[in-house]
Design a protein around this ligand. Structure first.
Ligand SMILES: O=C(O)CCC(=O)C(=O)O
Ligand SMILES: [Fe+2]
Length: 250
């Protein structure tokens, strides 16, 4: 990646058709960096779920969403977290840097139900994709009871100008940053399909930002195994760090 400095540098990577808090940067890491990270992910830390497997670093949160403060392993910090710093991605979160990484692995045909990431974290998620491409699907979190129809503003941004539901195509080595209202107001999920179909300018929100849209000939993406690294700042941290920062949350 060419050096991009600070939030201004990030502006060029905003996904224009979506609420203003999504950024997509193709080729955020190199193929060598990708291979090296995949090689270092420990084989003995996976927790197997029904449609994917995952591991948490430095550890899973406690029942009341507290992180037992501990450093992240070096392979998750260099070069990725250093580049986040250059871009100012976590400048506004309480600890000003990510303190937690979830590693998800999706084999062909696997996915994750639509969900929100919730109140344990500051509203910034930085996702680095490794291995394969797939579509993240965004839907509006509706407060309307089932069977009734949502008012226009719930269907897509304040004035209905944003095209949600939407798909974001995540290529290997890319970075997706989700912040602010996009984090709070939308659900995200991944369909458990073997092929993403109908991909194109009209149907993929970040089409113009892709590193290599020619890879999706015929609007198709044959899924392979994709590993994602989701970096977050957990609000409540136990141990010295929380005392120093005086985190009196709730
Ligand atoms: O793999 C992804 O890109 C999404 C993962 C996710 O939504 C999560 O871990 O909360
Ligand atoms: Fe999530």
């Amino acid at each position: 990646m060419d050096p991009i400095n600070g939030r201004e540098g990030l502006e060029a990577f905003r996904i224009a058709s979506l609420p203003p808090e999504f950024y997509y940067i193709p080729n955020f890491i190199t193929a060598e960096e990708e291979a090296s990270i995949l090689d270092k992910i420990p084989a003995n830390r996976w927790i197997t779920l029904s449609h994917r497997r995952l591991q948490a670093h430095p550890s899973t949160l406690t029942k009341n969403n507290t992180l037992l403060g501990a450093p992240l392993p070096p392979y998750l910090l260099t070069p990725i977290a250093e580049r986040f710093k250059q871009l100012g991605i976590f400048d506004d979160t309480p600890h000003r840097q990510p303190n937690h990484v979830l590693i998800n692995e999706y084999k062909k045909g696997e996915g994750i139900m639509p969900h929100e990431d919730g109140a344990a974290y500051a509203p910034v998620v930085a996702t680095v994709s490794l291995g394969g491409s797939l579509c993240l699907e965004l839907t509006v979190k509706s407060s309307v009871p089932e069977g009734e129809s949502a008012p226009e503003e719930e269907k897509g941004g304040e004035k209905g100008e944003y095209a949600v539901p939407a798909r974001i195509l995540q290529e290997p080595r890319s970075l997706l940053v989700t912040t602010g209202a996009a984090y709070a107001d939308l659900l995200h999920g991944i369909s458990p399909v073997e092929v993403d179909e109908g991909l194109g300018e009209e149907t993929v929100a970040n089409w113009a930002l892709l590193g290599d849209s020619s890879a999706f000939e015929g609007g198709r993406n044959e899924r392979g195994t994709r590993v994602s690294l989701t970096y977050r700042d957990v609000l409540r941290v136990s141990g010295a760090a929380s005392k120093v920062l005086g985190m009196g949350r709730r």
